[in-house]
Design a protein around this ligand. Structure first.
Ligand code: GCU
Length: 410
């Protein structure tokens, strides 16, 4: 019963409604945040403090492995054979402003299909920069465009358009590329890793991931890198100027993708919360034990041992963001999104700073989050939007502005 109730709450949020009824033990009281000490990204596992060279040579890898073992699980390194087929293209999409392309990517021998939808601005004079992100409910939900291949209900066409702001992105000169998360790994509490991409990587006789192997977030992050592989083959896009972006659970996936795959030139987390941008050790809003029953499959099984023991994690999320350094990183929160702990999201971004500073990149200096609707843009960007859990035109306006100095020119 409890499980069903939790799932109802969680999935309501997944489709962008604020949490109506958080679990009774949720802490929303700043005075009840325990005192905590964050693991130091710049002291290695042998206890030595590290500078830039050591960070690059071994500490970065150490931190990455700790995230694999204790949070998201290891992504298989084996490469699958892949074939791309441009299924549809229209150079007169969005009233002539964009070229729409739909590409089927087929992985492995018994081909596993992912549908990549992309829009490229027609004003472009050469390969363009762009944003890559997963969508929640199907490619055809991101815009009302009737030519987007429909998987799922017709009624849903265009239903997530406000989350994508496609015209704004195109008019700003960027491409947008997206894939449906459920095509990579279905996102539901019955998930047993049999119907997404995991089985393509199982060893003989294996039926589910090992305790430190990837869950759904790992799979989603993997797919973002596979989209980037495709973009490297597409002459209309400059794959060296691609931002990976995600909202909420898909923001967790974007952070993990950007942490692992340094080809992403920029990483954007929108309201990603627990297991995303927020510090675990604050124990504010959503916590590990809240996630286990409804969405434990997002993480590796080993993650579960940290329920009620956040202090014992060998990492915290400032170190995930440190893995993005020295590339530009943006973290955004919303005032009514206590479940995602906006302050914890800010603090994690701020505490990634010492690693950015190793590369002489300015980081967030103020100790507290800024007031609502006053973005800070250094190499790390942050804003706290007034309003609910969601990704809005305001959020996209900040991302576009932030991206320009880094992505707009080759
Ligand atoms: C739930 C879940 C969050 C997640 C969110 C979403 O609220 O608890 O961790 O970020 O769904 O993806 O919308």
């Amino acid at each position: 019963m409890l499980r069903i109730a939790m799932v109802a709450i969680l999935f309501a949020v997944g489709s962008s409604v604020s949490v109506a009824k958080p679990p009774a033990d949720t802490n929303y009281d700043e005075t009840k945040v325990p005192s905590y000490e964050l693991p130091n990204a710049l002291i290695d596992n042998a206890g030595q403090s590290v500078g830039r060279d050591e960070w690059v040579a071994h500490r970065r890898g150490e931190v990455l492995r700790m995230f694999e073992d204790s949070v998201y699980g290891k992504t298989p390194s084996r490469k699958l054979a892949v074939k791309y087929e441009v299924v549809e293209t229209d150079s007169n999409a969005l009233d002539g402003r964009a070229t729409r392309k739909q590409i089927a990517a087929f992985f492995g021998d018994d081909p596993y299909r992912l549908d990549i939808l992309m829009y490229i601005p027609n004003q472009a004079t050469g390969p363009v920069a762009g944003f890559v992100g997963l969508n929640f409910n199907g490619n055809h939900t991101i815009h009302a465009d009737s030519e987007i291949i429909q998987r799922g209900t017709a009624k849903a066409r265009g239903s997530s358009a406000s989350r994508w702001q496609l015209e704004k992105i195109i008019d700003h000169g960027y491409a947008l590329v997206t894939v449906h998360r459920d095509q990579v790994d279905p996102d539901n509490y019955r998930n047993d890793f049999t119907d997404g991409i995991h089985p393509l990587f199982y060893d003989e006789g294996q039926t589910k991931p090992e305790p430190t192997e990837w869950g759904s977030i790992g799979a989603w992050a993997w797919s973002l890198s596979r989209v980037l592989d495709y973009l490297e083959t597409d002459g209309q896009v400059d794959a060296s100027r691609i931002a990976v972006i995600g909202h909420s659970r898909l923001g967790k996936a974007a952070l993990w993708a950007g942490a692992q795959d340094t080809r992403f030139a920029m990483v954007i987390s929108n309201d990603s919360g627990c297991g995303g941008a927020a510090l675990y050790r604050r124990c504010y809003g959503e916590r590990i034990h809240h996630m286990i029953k409804p969405v434990g499959y997002w993480f590796c099984t080993n993650h579960q041992q940290y329920q009620h023991r956040e202090h014992a994690l060998p990492v915290d999320q400032h170190m995930l963001m440190a893995l993005v350094a020295p590339r530009p990183l943006y973290v955004a929160s919303a005032t009514n999104d206590g479940w995602a702990d906006p302050k914890g999201e800010y603090l994690a971004a701020k505490h990634a700073g010492p690693v950015y500073e190793l590369f002489d990149k300015p980081a967030l200096s103020q100790s507290q989050p800024p007031v609502p609707d006053q973005p800070i843009h250094t190499t790390i960007g942050y804003h706290l939007r007034t309003g609910d859990h969601g990704i809005t035109a305001y959020d996209w306006e900040q991302y576009l502005k932030f991206a320009d100095p880094y992505l707009s020119k080759p």
